[in-house]
Design a binder for this molecule. Structure first.
Ligand SMILES: Nc1ncnc2c1ncn2[C@@H]1O[C@H](COP(=O)(O)OP(=O)(O)OP(=O)(O)O)[C@@H](O)[C@H]1O
Ligand SMILES: [Mg+2]
Length: 267
């Protein structure tokens, strides 16, 4: 199977690959400590997969990289510049695929994709149309161009969100659960797209995912967050037989069917 990006190459991404550095990042929401002294660097052009249980702080961390959250302590650097400083994010083309898609419900699929290139005057209307239709084709969405988000399934919305990110021709892509809600074949296609963006366009990617196949298949490095702390940072191969029992249990949870919780479901 060839990656659909090969059949429909997007225009070359402008600018060099971008590095991200997370330094002693902590985030509190009132009394809740969502992130605790997290440090790691994402190298330019690498795929960094962030995993961890629900509520461990993965989405909050991504939001710090795009400047949607400000650190309580520590900092996030993009190409060596503070993500919260004025001008930093304007200098780098960053696209984020949000967990729930974050599409504009009042706009058609086509207009959702065309919004960014139109606002940033990235070509003529005909040129933008070509880019939008190519991105829709890559995600097998050509028939949805005139539909509205409310008319799409959860998985289709997710694919539209990825297509919208591709149209931005980003140097840095952030994905929050890109393969959840997708069938296994589309999930594999998304993994291929992320890998092709790295291999042929040198796009740097930070991918939050519970998808073990994706993590072990395309990640250059993996980070695991638990309760706001980074408990693992290393190559995906190290996760085949993790020594840390917390990580082993995360990947291979033991289900105790004698647990009274399950008994109560039988009634
Ligand atoms: N804006 C906010 N205000 C208050 N608490 C928040 C806010 N955003 C996140 N939190 C809390 O921070 C913690 C981490 O949330 P986060 O969304 O990062 O989890 P997650 O690891 O992405 O989980 P999931 O896998 O379920 O998406 C949670 O306890 C959440 O309730
Ligand atoms: Mg999340």
């Amino acid at each position: 199977m060839t990656c659909p990006l090969h059949r429909n190459p997007i225009t070359a991404v402008e600018g060099p690959a971008v590095g991200v550095s997370i330094e002693h990042l902590s985030k509190n929401f009132g009394r809740l400590q969502a992130l605790r002294d997290v440090s790691f660097a994402v190298e330019p052009g690498e795929i960094f997969v962030l995993m961890g249980p629900s509520g461990s702080g993965k989405s909050v961390l991504l939001k710090h990289i795009v400047g949607l959250e400000a650190p309580s302590d520590g900092r996030v650097l993009i190409e060596g510049r503070d993500a919260t400083a004025e001008g930093t994010l304007e200098n780098v083309r960053i696209a984020m695929v949000f967990q729930a898609g974050a599409l504009f419900n009042s706009l058609s699929v086509y207009d959702n994709l065309a919004l960014y290139p139109r606002e940033h005057r990235l070509g003529t209307e005909a040129g933008i149309r070509e880019k939008v239709m190519r991105a829709l084709q890559i995600l097998s969405l050509e028939n949805t161009a005139h539909k509205f988000p409310s008319e799409l399934s959860g998985g289709m919305k997710k694919r539209v969100a990825i297509a919208r990110a591709l149209v931005m021709e980003p140097q840095l892509m952030l994905y929050d659960e890109p393969t959840s809600e997708l069938d296994p074949i589309m999930g594999a296609t998304i993994s291929e797209i992320i890998a092709t963006l790295r291999d042929e366009y040198h796009v740097t990617s930070v991918v939050v995912s519970h998808d073990r196949e994706l993590a072990l298949g395309i990640a250059d490095r993996v980070g695991i967050l638990m309760d706001g702390s980074l408990v693992f940072l290393g190559a995906p191969a190290e996760l085949h037989a993790p020594e840390d029992p917390r990580i082993a249990n995360f990947f291979h949870p033991k289900i105790d069917l004698k647990n009274p919780r399950f008994k109560s479901l039988e009634a």
